[in-house]
Design a protein around this ligand. Sequence first.
Ligand SMILES: *Cc1c(COP(=O)(O)O)cnc(C)c1O
Length: 366
Amino acid sequence: MSLYRKRLRVVRGEGVYVWDSQGKKYLDLIAGIGVNVLGHNHPEWVSAIKEQLEKLVVAGPMFEHEERDEMLEELSHFVNYEYVYMGNSGTEAVEAAIKFARLYTGRKEIIAMTNAFHGRTMGALSATWKPKYRQGFEPLVPGFKHIPFNNVEAAKEAITKETAAVIFEPIQGEAGIIPAKEEFVETLRDLTEDVGALLIADEVQSGLRTGKFLAIEHYKVEPDIVTMGKGIGNGIPVSLTMTNFDVERGKHGSTFGGNPLACKAVATTLRILRKENLIEKAEEKFIEVKAKDVVMTRGKGLMIGIVMRKPVGRFVEELQNRGYLVHTAGQRVIRLLPPLIISKEQMNKVKSAIEGVINDLSGGEG
Ligand SMILES: *Cc1c(COP(=O)(O)O)cnc(C)c1O
């Protein structure tokens, strides 16, 4: 077997750093695509997980356990939803949200946004926009419709009494870190309420890292369903679908969903984030990169997109050469989703490093 391209071989992580097989050290600014919010090998998190491994890993979704109570208690410091369904990945959280919306409303139509990314299982993929992800897998699930993101008029036209739910990312992640406009989000809330449809905020990527627990808290809007994943367990695969209504037991489920280990991972992650006030502190760690060829820096807190005039591949590569791991979002956006334990000073260093690379590579090219 061979990989489709040669990639960095990572062997170990500690805090905000990872090491490759040559022993070279990197500042990890992508953190498992937004997963390792506490960085790598966080001592308190590791010891809680180790203890849990020795105590109970999977009990079966039909049983109660104290790890779930502990998780719900931790969650209650941040949000107040009536019901939490647990899955094992972001795409499962979205899948559940779609099913719950159809079950609850008795309607079929799901409205999603252009450029949206919601995952890759058939339901979530049907809400995902880019042909790159969809091609070759059709026919997808019927009943899905896409409207232009941030277009108020299009929303007014599309949302009707046929609509079960509208799903959107408060800050689109894979699309290139594009924040939703306030007026647009408020319109979605008003219209869905008017027609009896549900509003789903997909916070799998934007959760935890914008200075608030949920990015939607920056808007004056409360969604009916919220999905979370990526960083919520700091690396143990787990996702949440939170709703303001109860969902019939037995109508949806998962063998691994909500297992004690996953619950412990979420509870511990949230406890550490809360104790160290890391979510709130993320907001002031945003950096604005200023260099030739940079159109703008978008996002909030530690969810950052540096929009370039050119394809970003060689900038990403050169940053890696200089010891900084970053990721892309589309062709022209450099994406940063750093661990929340990163310091403001380190982020300032990152800003200088990125500006340095851009200036060096763009110099003399007009
Ligand atoms: C990553 C992502 C998903 C899918 O999560 P997986 O864990 O990869 O299945 C869904 N929605 C959004 C907004 C994401 O960023």
